[in-house]
Write a protein that binds this ligand. Structure first.
Ligand code: FES
Length: 78
């Protein structure tokens, strides 16, 4: 099953060094770009990542990135 395209531009978020985040891989979360549990019943699961430094990151919303959870420009081909 392909993930839903939650958006065709990355989402800017502030992260805190050392904190763990759960990026939505399925595209169904209403709390993009993070998981809200909406993947339940599918074979998808969130991808966790730990912020290495505090600051701004651009997380993928189209769910087609090859550098999860970060935008790699894949939305430009959609
Ligand atoms: S809601 Fe999309 S991975 Fe959890």
């Amino acid at each position: 099953m392909d993930p839903v395209i939650a958006g065709k531009e990355p989402i800017e978020v502030e992260v805190e060094e050392g904190k763990t985040y759960f990026w939505c891989t399925c595209g169904r979360s209403a709390r993009q770009p993070f998981c809200d549990g909406a993947h339940k019943g599918s074979d998808m699961a969130p991808k966790s990542f730990k912020a290495e430094t505090s600051g701004t990151v651009w997380l993928c919303a189209c769910k087609r990135t090859r550098e999860q959870p970060f935008c790699d420009g894949s939305h430009e081909a959609l």
